[in-house]
Design a protein around this ligand. Structure first.
Ligand SMILES: NC(=O)c1ccc[n+]([C@@H]2O[C@H](COP(=O)([O-])OP(=O)(O)OC[C@H]3O[C@@H](n4cnc5c(N)ncnc54)[C@H](O)[C@@H]3O)[C@@H](O)[C@H]2O)c1
Length: 314
């Protein structure tokens, strides 16, 4: 990609702001749009003076008329506390947002990358999850607004591709962490770090033996950029994540070690529909994009902890 104009929806969010950083540094003309539902101007404040960066308030559930070559569609609250706060709006953001971005891509013949999610696999019966696994999703639960909204967005991407020959790219993002995560988003990495830094009890749901894989944000953004630049015939979906599995107890202990905190662990019941295990098979990303994560959990946690220290002023 060079000299292209790029639209990033949800660009003031956690992942979107890191993506804007990379695109601006590479010299692209970047239009970042966001309705600031979970994102913040602070995340992109350092880009506002750049000649090739523009920030605009816009809600993707409404049509947008701009001239761009490429679209990264990231707009959507990503953590359960945020997407369950207004579930109807969450589905609208995924579905109407996808329809509006697809309509825009069709009009201006832009290539469109959709930020999908490992949540499309639901509570999976197979491990690790490959892209050809169809998932096990509850259609009527409290996570469904997000899971089914994202599944419908994928459906729309592939139908526009088949029906209108639109250039699409679908990435399924697994748990990602790093600086600019929300301190109060209820996700396990930010929860543990914030609790440890404040000296509060560290909350473990269930017995702490459920595993998650954690991808550092820089690795994730590299995977997204490679996917956007990959040959048109490779449309995905492709898993982007880190297959290294850690139990919640292992993560808690690592956070305690790196923060030097003396916080105690406490155990609470598992929330509804919480998957016991989720881990990406990243064979396809390796084969098609030459991509694999490079940042070890301990190395990624250090800058993340430093970021949260700044946010909390500790
Ligand atoms: N972070 C992860 O681990 C992860 C995992 C899987 C998928 N994803 C996907 O990646 C994308 C970015 O996630 P994130 O972690 O940066 O979350 P985030 O909440 O930090 O970013 C989402 C951004 O979208 C904006 N937004 C929400 N609704 C909007 C609307 N209607 N119109 C315009 N903007 C809107 C928010 O204000 C925010 O800036 C999301 O689509 C999410 O589903 C993230």
């Amino acid at each position: 990609m060079d000299d292209t104009s790029v639209l990033v929806t949800g660009g003031a969010g956690f992942l979107g702001s890191h993506l804007c950083d990379r695109l601006v540094a590479a010299g692209h003309d970047v239009l970042c749009i966001d309705n600031f539902y979970t994102g913040s101007r602070r995340n992109v404040a350092h880009l506002l003076g750049k000649a090739n960066f523009e920030l605009s308030r816009h809600d993707v559930t409404f049509p947008l008329y701009v001239e761009v070559d490429r679209i990264f569609n990231l707009a959507c609250p990503a953590s359960p506390v945020h997407y369950q706060f207004d579930p109807v709006q969450t589905t609208k953001t995924s579905v109407h947002g996808a329809i509006n971005m697809l309509g825009l891509a069709k009009r201006v013949k832009a290539r469109l990358l959709q930020a999908s999610t490992s949540e499309v696999y639901g509570d999976p019966e197979i491990h690790p999850q490959r892209e050809d696994y169809w998932g096990r999703v509850n259609p009527i639960g409290t996570r469904s607004c997000y899971d089914e909204g994202k599944r419908c967005a994928e459906t729309l991407m592939f139908d526009y591709h088949r029906q209108h020959a639109l250039e699409i790219k679908v990435v399924r993002i697994f748990n990602t962490y790093g600086p600019r995560m929300h301190p109060n988003d209820g996700r396990v990495v930010s929860n543990f770090i914030v609790q440890a830094l404040k000296g509060d009890e560290i909350t473990i749901y269930g017995d702490g033996q459920q595993t998650r894989s954690f991808c550092y944000v820089d690795d994730l953004i590299e995977g997204m950029l490679r996917m956007m630049d990959s040959p048109a015939e490779f449309v995905g979906p492709v898993n982007i994540g880190n297959p290294g599995e850690f139990t919640m107890l292992e993560l808690a202990e690592l956070v305690l070690k790196l923060t030097g905190s003396r916080s105690k662990l406490i155990f609470k019941p598992l929330p509804a529909d919480d998957p016991k295990q989720r881990c990406p098979d990243i064979g396809l990303a390796g084969e098609k994009l030459g991509w694999a994560p490079t940042v070890a959990l301990e190395d990624g946690l250090k800058p993340t902890i430093a970021y949260f220290k700044g946010v909390l002023g500790v």
